[in-house]
Design a protein around this ligand. Structure first.
Ligand SMILES: *Cc1c(COP(=O)(O)O)cnc(C)c1O
Length: 389
C-alpha cells in the first residue's frame, strides 16, 4: 500500500465518517466500568440517547451491531410461534424477517418491489384481516438503507390503531436516528432499534433499544430464550450506571461527545441539513439522467440515495473505478440490487463541500466507467446548494 494524500471519502450509508472530536474523545484511558466516574458517564449517555429518539422511558444499550439490537427487540417481546407481520421493502427488512424466522417466529413477509416504503393501507388490510389477533408484532424499517426508501411511522401507527389491533410496533431506525426527525413516544412506537455507526457518527459497536411500557409489559410474558439480550439488567443501567457485563467504555466516551455535537448544532438544523443534502443528491442523479431506486417522492430517504445504472453496466465496476481513481467508497447494491445499483451515503458528519466533492467523484467515475450520462448532475446539485445556502 502506498500513501494516498488527502482524506478518504467514506460515502457509504454507514459506517459513516467519525468526526475528529469524537475520535479524540475516545482516545482516552479506559476507566473502571464499576467505578463512580463510569456510572455517571453511563447515566448521562443513556439519558441523552433516550432524549435523541424521543423516549421518556429507559434505553437498553448493548455492545453489538444493529443486528444484535434487532434480536434484542424480538427475543424480549415474543414467544415461539408468535406471528410477526413484516414488509419486504428491501434487503434490511428481509434480513430482519429472516432472523425472526430463524428464532422460531411465524413471519408473514408481505412482498414488495423494493422501490418504496411500507404503505399504511397495507398494514391496515393485514391487521383488519386478523380479528383473532394472531399477529403479535409489526416490524417496520424506517429508512431502508438498501433502497433509499423511507416508511412514514405516524400513518402506520394510525393504521394499526384504526384496525383496533394490539400488535407491538417494532421500528428499525438504524439509518435515520440522529439524521431525521424521530419520536418514539409521540409516534407510539413500542421498540425503536438503532446503532452507533450511522447518524450517530460513531464507529460500529453499540446497539440500542428504546422500550415502551407496553413492550416492557410484553417482555414479562415473552418466552423466546434470552440471556445476553435480556432487557431488565441492561435497562437498569439507566439508574445504576452499572451493566451486567463489560460495556464498550470508550465508545461511550464517543457517544457523549456525539450527543453534545448534535445538541450544539441543534436537531432541527441537523434534520434540515440532511434533507437539503438528500435533495441536492437527487438533483445530481436527475442531472446525470439516471434513475433512483426509490420511485415515490413521499418515500425519498434523507440519508442515502440509491442509484440504478443502465442495463448492460455493472454498478460495482463504477464503484471500483471511483475507489481506485478518487479514493472514495460508495455503497454496493445489496440483495436483488447487486450489480444494478450503487448507494451514496449523505448522513452523519457532512457539509456542503464534502457532499459536492462526493458528487464530483461520482460524476467523473460514471464517465470513466463508460456509463452514458448527461453532464448536468454536479452543476444541478451545486446550483441547489448555493441557492439554499
Ligand atoms: C446498517 C443497518 C442494519 C444492520 O446493522 P449492523 O450494524 O450491520 O448489524 C440494519 N438495518 C438498517 C436499516 C441498517 O441501515
Amino acid at each position: 500500500m502506498t500513501y494516498r494524500s488527502g482524506r478518504h471519502f467514506l460515502q457509504i450509508p454507514g459506517p459513516t465518517n467519525v468526526p475528529e472530536r469524537v475520535l479524540r474523545a475516545m482516545a482516552a484511558p479506559t476507566i473502571d466500568h464499576r467505578g463512580a466516574e463510569f456510572a455517571e458517564l453511563a447515566r448521562q449517555v443513556l439519558a441523552g440517547a433516550g432524549k435523541l429518539c424521543g423516549a421518556a422511558g429507559p434505553v437498553a444499550l448493548y455492545p453489538s451491531s444493529g443486528t444484535g439490537a434487532w434480536e434484542a427487540a424480538l427475543v424480549n417481546t415474543l414467544s415461539p410461534g408468535d406471528r410477526v407481520l413484516a414488509f419486504d421493502t428491501g434487503h434490511f427488512a428481509s434480513q430482519w424477517a429472516r432472523m425472526a424466522s430463524k428464532l422460531g417466529l411465524d413471519v408473514d413477509l408481505v412482498a414488495g418491489d423494493w422501490r418504496r416504503g411500507v404503505q399504511p393501507e397495507q398494514v391496515y388490510q393485514k391487521l383488519a384481516a386478523d380479528p383473532g389477533h394472531q399477529v403479535k408484532a409489526v416490524t417496520i424499517v424506517h429508512n431502508e438503507t438498501s433502497t433509499g426508501s423511507a416508511s412514514q411511522i405516524p400513518p402506520i401507527r394510525a393504521a394499526i390503531d384504526r384496525a383496533g389491533h394490539p400488535a407491538l410496533l417494532l421500528v428499525d431506525a438504524i439509518s435515520s436516528l440522529g439524521s431525521v426527525d424521530y419520536r418514539h413516544d409521540e409516534w407510539g412506537v413500542d421498540v425503536t432499534i438503532w446503532s452507533s455507526q450511522k447518524g450517530m457518527m460513531l464507529p460500529p459497536g453499540l446497539g440500542l433499544n428504546a422500550v415502551s411500557e407496553k413492550a416492557l409489559a410484553a417482555s414479562g410474558d415473552a418466552r423466546l430464550p434470552r440471556s445476553y439480550w435480556d432487557w431488565p439488567p441492561v435497562l437498569a443501567a439507566a439508574d445504576t450506571g452499572a451493566f451486567p457485563y463489560t460495556p464498550p467504555t470508550n465508545l461511550l466516551f464517543g457517544l457523549r461527545e456525539a450527543l453534545t455535537m448534535l445538541d450544539e448544532e441543534g436537531l432541527p438544523a441537523v434534520f434540515a441539513r440532511h434533507e437539503r443534502h438528500a435533495e441536492a443528491t437527487r438533483r445530481a442523479v436527475r442531472g446525470w439522467g439516471l434513475d433512483l431506486v426509490c420511485q415515490h417522492p413521499d418515500d425519498y430517504s434523507r440519508t442515502l440515495t440509491a442509484v440504478l445504472v443502465p442495463d448492460g453496466h455493472d454498478a460495482d465496476r463504477v464503484r471500483q473505478v471511483i475507489l481506485d481513481r478518487f479514493d472514495m467508497s460508495l455503497g454496493t447494491g445489496l440483495g436483488r440490487l447487486a450489480g444494478r445499483a450503487f448507494r451514496i451515503g449523505h448522513l452523519g458528519d457532512l457539509n456542503d463541500l464534502s457532499l459536492a466533492g462526493a458528487l464530483c467523484g461520482v460524476e467523473m467515475g460514471l464517465a470513466l466507467a463508460g456509463v452514458p450520462i448527461a453532464p448536468d448532475g454536479v452543476r444541478a446539485a451545486l446550483g441547489y446548494l448555493a441557492e439554499t445556502a
